[in-house]
Design a protein around this ligand. Structure first.
Ligand code: 13P
Length: 287
């Protein structure tokens, strides 16, 4: 079922677990994530960056693929199709194309402009039952051309954005897209606790889920994080498994070059990564 992320995240917040957002890049990614969610009876969010959206031939192609798979694979768990780090225009396009959730990343605007644009999108999306994620502060590093300096969010600004009626709020707390550097200072739990206290029931989003140690993930969930985004880790797992297959010369044995065989180890590696994350986030059996 393609649904807004609102209900699943409110349930997660109340139940003290988190729903994973796994970014998709193609058919194999989407199928691997959907099948794993179904096997584990977990709600799931499919994330699409604007760059991945272009790569997959546009938002309407993605909506068609995801709806088709939900139907053909018999997926019964709640699935949200969500724009990741969207621009204002990108969010509008996804709403028109049939996404069930969008992120508007206005974190690079002055707070007044972030508030004004978020408010407009919430009004449009709300009328259609589509959830909106907003961002305050910035996630460090780079994802698909979206670069952030890693500013830690101001809790008072988080409260202002939360009050606009968004469904979930991403706040920079020292998290980074991609691999974490050796000298990473870790998540800023003092700021997270303050944001949580001010924003009450608002589900909070932790971006940059790749490589955050399990104890930090659990602490973040205990402090109000209900959605965790993972992208790079699935990419690394896919690349590693594919490299091993080719280095073992398996593509040269029999019909090992058939893409359905060539991409199978990477597909299985994505499934294993998603399973591990769903177990860590506590969303297994929560569909
Ligand atoms: P990672 O690539 O670090 O897992 O981050 C994913 C993310 O935050 C998507 O918005």
């Amino acid at each position: 079922m393609l649904v807004s992320a609102k209900d699943m995240l409110q349930k997660a917040k109340a139940g003290k677990y988190a729903v994973g957002q796994f970014n998709i890049n193609n058919l194999e990614w989407t199928k691997a994530i959907l099948l794993t969610a179904e096997e584990l009876k977990s709600p799931v969010i499919l994330g699409v960056s604007e760059g991945a959206g272009k790569y997959m031939c546009g938002y309407t192609t993605i909506v068609g693929m995801v709806k088709g798979m939900i139907n053909e694979l018999g997926i019964t768990v709640p699935v949200a199709l969500h724009l990741d780090h969207g621009s204002y225009e990108g969010a509008k396009k996804c709403i028109e194309a049939g996404f069930s959730s969008v992120m508007f990343d206005g974190s690079h605007y002055p707070i007044d402009e972030n508030i004004a644009k978020t408010k407009e999108l919430v009004a449009t999306a709300d009328a259609l039952g589509i959830s909106v994620e907003a961002e305050v502060g910035a996630i460090g590093g780079e994802e698909d051309g979206v670069v952030g300096n890693g500013e830690v969010a101001d809790p008072d600004e988080c409260k202002m954005i939360a009050d606009l009626g968004v469904s979930m709020l991403a706040a920079g707390i020292g998290n980074i897209h991609g691999k974490y550097p050796e000298n990473w200072a870790g998540l800023n739990f003092d700021v997270l606790a303050k944001i949580s206290e001010l924003c009450g029931d608002m589900p909070l989003v932790l971006h940059g889920g790749t490589g955050i140690p399990a104890d930090m993930i659990q602490k973040a969930i205990s402090l109000g994080v209900s959605k965790i985004n993972v992208n790079t880790e699935c990419q690394l797992a896919f690349a590693d498994a594919t490299r091993k297959y080719i280095e073992a010369g398996k593509d040269l044995q029999g019909k090992g070059f058939d893409p359905r065989k060539l991409l199978a180890p990477g597909f299985d590696a994505i499934k294993a990564t998603v399973k591990e994350k769903m177990e860590l986030f506590g969303s297994v059996g929560k569909a």
